[in-house]
Design a protein around this ligand. Structure first.
Ligand SMILES: Cc1ncc(COP(=O)(O)O)c(C=O)c1O
Length: 478
């Protein structure tokens, strides 16, 4: 499938407009063609044009002025990461993680470090005081149920909320098809166990969220890396080649906002992905943890909503938007429900009840949508501001992703600088970063780093400038 078919029309038009802004056709401060004008000239519907303008507005590139139109606010300068991800998927590899990921997690506990490494949300953008109030309320009620209602599949109140939420983004799941887990990590790991036996081959995105690699290693599974691109996500052509030539037992994909790329698969691509895998009876473990943190005006769909055979295991959690510390996640495992439920029982008999009930009551009591609107806007701004700062303080030749959601930025260092060298020097200067190595079992992203924009603020701007100086130094040293 060509890239064009995978990208929705409004995103293509937005990309084209952005290219024109980058090229100076529309200078900063200048007015963009009126909506109707663009619609007529480009033969696009008014809705498509409006969606494209809103997408650029969310990304801080243009702004709407009342009764006047849309104006260019910011000219993106960097060479964006687009088609440059590696194209070959390589061979199946046993997964073996060194201590680097563990070290990264350790660094996050050091309060004296500037934390650009781990992908934690901004603590100021979590509804902590409301959660505290609900927690106290539940404790005061002293409900018997809190102590006794431990079920492997989780509290019914929360399962209902998860099903209602899924319905709102076009995915029909019944409450009794949901299993509550200890974060999304446990959901992903249980899904792998439910499907695979040691030695099996799992197709993963490349680059991928490094947290799934220890799970693959612990279960003695092999990984096959499928190229994944900034913008459109998992390459379906490469995946087709992989499933035609290798005994792929399962696929894991972040269909919405791959961590670290921030890419998003279109509806068409998701539909095609599901059809390709259903035809071969290969289950898809879909990680949708960032799905709610979109920058456009529409919640992206999930691949699960296109399935017909119960082979998509949809995983997510409340770690990015409500509380990472509560460790509450969930999975809708389709036809693997029984296997997942038994594994959950074998592992820990069910997730802690108090945090489950607190989140259930938070969701029941309304206000979640308002909270989400606020944090989406905040993260879109932070990503934009941090991107600008990277451009200002890193050497020419640095290339950065343009995430469509989430809050991490993927940066390719200039001159092939080794991200491990940068990591070491940054830690010596009390700054953490996530080196590209850990995003692939074959360590292929050596000259990349992932930076967490959730922590972006005026205070951290200085730390980023210091990081930029280190990159300049490494470039000079060669
Ligand atoms: C893509 C992705 N999946 C899963 C997780 C793990 O989520 P949780 O903290 O809910 O276990 C993370 C955390 O960073 C993530 O980025």
């Amino acid at each position: 499938m060509s890239k064009d078919k995978q990208v929705p029309l409004y995103e293509r038009f937005a990309l084209e407009l952005e290219g024109q802004i980058r090229a100076g056709t529309f200078p900063v401060g200048g007015r963009l063609p009126a909506l109707r004008e663009s619609s007529v000239q480009r033969k696009l519907s008014m809705t498509t044009v409006l969606q494209a303008y809103r997408l650029l507005e969310m990304r801080g590139i243009i702004e709407a002025r009342p009764q006047s139109g849309y104006y260019v606010k910011f000219k993106p300068k960097s060479q964006a990461l687009e088609e440059e991800q590696p194209q070959s998927h390589g061979d199946p590899t046993p997964v073996s993680i060194d201590d680097l990921s563990m070290q990264l997690i350790k660094d996050t506990h050091n309060r004296h470090f500037a934390q650009f490494g781990a992908a934690f949300p901004d603590p100021d953008l979590l509804p902590t005081s409301r959660l505290n109030r609900i927690l106290a309320e539940l404790a005061r009620e002293g409900r018997f149920a809190l102590d006794t209602s431990v079920y492997p599949e989780g509290a019914d109140e929360l399962r209902v909320q998860v099903a209602q939420r899924a319905f709102s983004y076009g995915c029909t799941i019944k409450p009794d098809e949901v299993v509550i887990t200890a974060g999304c990590s446990e959901a992903l790991s249980i899904c792998l166990q439910a499907i695979c036996a040691p030695g099996d081959l799992v197709a993963i995105e490349s680059p991928t969220y490094f947290g799934i690699l220890p799970a693959l290693e612990a279960l003695r599974l092999k990984a096959l890396e499928i190229p994944t691109r900034a913008g459109v996500g998992l390459s379906l052509d490469a995946l087709r080649f992989a499933v035609e030539n290798h005994p792929v037992r399962a696929v894991i994909a972040m269909t919405n906002f791959n961590n670290p790329l921030g890419s998003c698969m279109s509806d068409e691509a998701k539909r095609e992905l599901v059809a390709m895998l259903e035809e071969r009876d290969i289950p898809l473990i879909e990680d949708d943890i960032y799905g709610e943190l979109y920058f456009s005006d529409r919640r992206p769909s999930v691949a699960k909503s296109f399935e017909k055979k119960g082979g998509v295991l949809l995983c997510s959690s409340f770690s990015k938007d409500i509380s990472p510390g509560y460790r509450i996640g969930w999975v809708a495992p389709g036809r693997y429900f029984g296997a997942v439920q038994r594994l959950k029982m074998a592992l820990n008999n069910g997730t802690s009840v108090l945090p489950q009930m607190t989140i259930a009551r938070y969701l029941e009591s309304g206000g979640y949508d308002i909270h989400l609107r606020k944090i989406r806007r905040a993260y879109a701004q932070k990503v934009m501001q941090m991107s600008e700062s990277i451009e200002a303080s890193f050497p020419a030749g640095t290339r950065i992703s343009e995430p469509l959601g989430g809050y991490v930025i993927w940066v390719q260092l200039p001159g092939g600088i080794d991200s491990m060298r940068l990591y070491r020097e940054a830690v010596a200067a009390s700054i953490t970063i996530a080196p590209g190595y850990i995003f692939s079992p074959t360590h292929r992203f050596q000259d990349y780093v992932r930076l967490n924009a959730a922590v972006w603020s005026q205070r951290t701007e200085k730390d980023l400038a210091r990081l930029g100086e280190i990159v300049h130094r490494l470039l000079l040293r060669g």
